[in-house]
Design a protein around this ligand. Sequence first.
Ligand SMILES: Nc1ncnc2c1ncn2[C@@H]1O[C@H](COP(=O)(O)OP(=O)(O)OP(=O)(O)O)[C@@H](O)[C@H]1O
Length: 250
Amino acid sequence: MARIDLDGVSVTFPIYDSRRRSLKNRLIAAGTGGRIEYRTASETDIEALADVSFALADGARVGLVGHNGAGKSTLLRVLAGIYAPCSGTIHVQGHIAPLFDISLGIDPEASGYENILIRGLFLGLSRREVKAKTEEIAEFTELGSFLDLPVRTYSTGMQLRLAFAVATAIDPEILLIDEGIAAGDAAFLEKANARLRAFASKASIIVLASHANQLIREICDSAILLEQGRVLMRGPVEEVLAAYEARRSK
Ligand SMILES: Nc1ncnc2c1ncn2[C@@H]1O[C@H](COP(=O)(O)OP(=O)(O)OP(=O)(O)O)[C@@H](O)[C@H]1O
């Protein structure tokens, strides 16, 4: 059984080399990013998440929507355990598959095959499990003999093929997706989308951050609207998207 509980979670980024800008610039930026608090002339806090609380149980498919810098990626990173909250608590029950920063941990000096093993172990698979999945992963990448060569010899799209194939080879309980997952050329994108759907159908909980309303409608049955790091609304997808559109056109 998978479950996520967040209670009063806040994340603040302290910046130590900031310069105060004019009032006009501050007003222009007011609709983008987290809340900025100027502590001293050179020290600034960016409040990326403020007092975020919600619970997700088995079967939840939640879309995160909000303006640029609203806190969507930060929230995904908190859920993945990459960032610890500055205050508040988070409890996650279930194996997490983060489908973002997917190239993180890929070793450019190691071969494609070696990276399949490294990345698989990092995602929580045993050596035996990675071995059993290697052929399927290799086939999906269509990288052929390149898998014997160091990853630094791959193009960006080839690296994404490898990273995506490994990230989606596990059986996830909790799937965290940042929309920028678009990988590679058109043919691969089609294959990647099909694999993503199959992958998503196996997960108990999905949290998807996206600016693509259609993708949210397709995958999610509820949504959370974030604004300057705060949860403004949580509810059925159409209601939340309508509220978001209404705020954007203000
Ligand atoms: N590593 C960091 N250091 C400092 N500030 C950060 C860092 N990461 C995020 N922020 C700030 O936190 C706030 C939330 O950023 P986040 O990336 O979570 O937004 P987002 O909703 O995912 O935005 P987008 O839709 O543009 O991807 C922003 O104001 C951003 O400037």
